[in-house]
Design a protein around this ligand. Structure first.
Ligand code: NAD
Length: 431
């Protein structure tokens, strides 16, 4: 039985490029629309526009088989699509709520072009009620709008999309729910069919819960620091409890990235719109802000008590390893705080090329190796958990630095070995 469908995906970022490549891999005929000319040109030449494991291979396979085509405007993707996935950004607006302007632009653009009985699938993270809003905007009674939130993790986005933990389809029409679920027939993921409103809430609840776990463990790590306890042993003991689990229990420099900060802020605003003060989530967010200050404080102490003109080397700038995404990166956030306090910053990240004009890194001198970045530094701060930092020659690093001191905000290294090599070592929640 041929289960191949005609699909358009609008927006070729971390979600759209992966969704398009995976749906083409499942055998569907996919047209991927990307309006950014640089990203479009990369895709058209078979290059992944983002650093994401296995994505380029999958995109190339799709382009080579003819199952995937790339265009540079939504209107060119729509005319033959029975399913249209919206994967455009929904960044944080000035008041904290999700900014839906990119979604609205696409809806305006495609409304009159959709084929009869098309299904518009909203994969972008949007507030409860957006499916209803899009339905009204489209003025197309023959078209159904479906919420299908995305849960992939950057760094393992392809694997997550090939083998999702679950698929959520939010639509009131069971026949349409079946059609959307069928697109993912190649996965054996549990399917949750629910109302659009519930589906939209599920995505925010998931991200708010993950942020809560991270703020919780960062707070426990702060307590461990104060008490002289070891958060790593504590996590092992917590993690074996099936009610708790190991995931999202690693202390670090604070949580960030393109989703958790904006989605927690948006959920606080959504709650306000229903006259509910989500005080717990507000506390989770403010804990994260305070936590960044605590990491900066560790760096200040490691620099001998003052950040004014202190030479600090930053290892890692992305919000986590195995991605090039620096949106709301805790590393960049900490770099800004250090710069404001007067520190001189030298940085290395495997995804950032020295000389690249990166606005978020103004005032940070970039280097192409961790060794070059730490030459002459008083402190090295490890801010992203890149594997390569585990295998560094620390004797060489110690010789390059003026005072060998490490703030390991990812708890990557062995303090005993580092102290034996002459370093002052400070982790997060560990002696
Ligand atoms: P992104 O910024 O990486 O990608 C969005 C792409 O859409 C950009 O390349 C942009 O140029 C393109 N675009 C914008 N308007 C367009 C238009 N009119 N026509 C064609 N292309 C257009 O964003 P992302 O990280 O992929 O996130 C997309 C959505 O998915 C957001 O709502 C986000 O919250 C959600 N989400 C993201 C992740 C993640 O890990 N990044 C995970 C789950 C959900």
């Amino acid at each position: 039985m041929d289960r191949s469908e005609r699909v358009a995906v609008i927006g070729a970022g971390y979600v759209g490029a992966v969704t398009a490549a995976v749906l083409a891999h499942f055998g569907h005929t996919v047209v991927l629309a990307e309006s950014d000319l640089h990203r479009f040109a990369q895709l058209a030449s078979g290059k992944s526009p983002i650093v994401e494991r296995d994505l380029e291979e999958l995109l190339r396979a799709g382009l080579a088989s003819g199952k995937l085509r790339v265009v540079n405007s939504a209107r060119d993707a729509i005319p033959e699509a029975d399913f249209v996935f919206l994967c455009v950004p929904t960044p944080q607006g000035d008041d904290g709520s999700a900014d839906l302007s990119a979604v609205k632009v696409v809806v305006d653009e495609i409304g009159s072009l959709l084929v009869s009985h098309a299904v518009v699938v909203i994969k972008s993270t949007v507030p409860a009620g957006t499916s209803v809003l899009v339905t009204k905007m489209l003025e197309r009674p023959d078209v159904t709008v479906v919420s299908n939130p995305e849960f992939l993790r950057e760094g393992s986005a392809v694997a997550d999309s090939l083998h999702p933990d679950r698929i959520v389809v939010g639509v009131d029409d069971p026949a349409v729910a079946r059609r959307v679920a069928e697109l993912f027939y190649a996965t054996s993921a549990p399917l949750i069919v629910t109302s659009p409103m519930t589906s939209e809430m599920i995505k925010y609840a998931a991200n708010a819960f993950l942020a809560t776990k991270l703020s919780f463990i960062n707070s426990i790590a702060t307590l461990c620091d104060a008490a002289g306890a070891d958060v790593r042993d504590l996590i092992v003991a917590l993690g074996y409890d099936k009610r708790i689990g190991f995931d999202f229990l690693s202390p670090g420099p604070g949580w960030g990235g393109s989703c958790l900060p904006k989605d927690t802020a948006a959920l606080v605003r959504i709650a306000e719109s229903f006259d509910f003060d989500f005080a717990m989530l507000r506390a989770v967010v403010s804990q994260n802000d305070d936590h960044a200050d605590r990491v900066v404080e560790k760096i200040r102490i490691a620099a001998g008590g003052s950040l004014e003109r202190a030479d600090v080397a930053l290892w890692g700038l992305t919000f986590k390893a195995n991605t090039d995404d620096r949106r709301d990166s805790p590393a960049v956030n900490i770099a800004r705080r250090l710069a404001t306090a007067g520190a001189t910053l030298r940085a290395y990240d495997p995804t950032v090329t020295p000389g690249s004009a990166a606005l978020d890194l103004e005032g940070v001198e970039l280097f192409s190796s961790p060794y070059d970045a730490c030459a002459g530094a008083q402190v090295v701060a490890i801010l992203t958990e890149w594997d390569e930092f585990r295998n560094i020659d620390f004797y060489k690093v110690g010789e390059l630095m003026t005072t060998p001191s490490i703030v390991d905000a990812r708890n990557l290294l062995d303090p005993v070995a580092l102290r034996a090599a002459g370093f002052a070592y400070s982790g997060i929640g560990r002696p």
